[in-house]
Design a protein around this ligand. Structure first.
Ligand SMILES: [Zn+2]
Length: 66
């Protein structure tokens, strides 16, 4: 059995935070939110938009899209 080489300690790479998607659009001096927000949690919580449903990660609110 060949001895496995010890791997060097993995250095944590800190990556700058990238915006997932653009949740906001800026038109003029208005900010338009491209995703719907949760009716239960308020405007700070966006719904994750899936193919047939929208889901709130905070309160598990799910809205089905027809
Ligand atoms: Zn919610």
């Amino acid at each position: 059995m060949a001895e496995e080489k010890k791997e060097a300690k993995k250095t944590e790479q800190k990556q700058p935070k990238k915006p997932k998607k653009s949740l906001y659009k800026i038109e003029g001096d208005k900010i338009i939110r491209t995703n719907p927000h949760c009716p239960k949690c308020g405007t700070g919580y966006f719904l994750a938009v899936h193919e047939k449903r929208k889901h709130c990660g905070n309160c598990a609110y799910t809205e089905f899209v027809k």
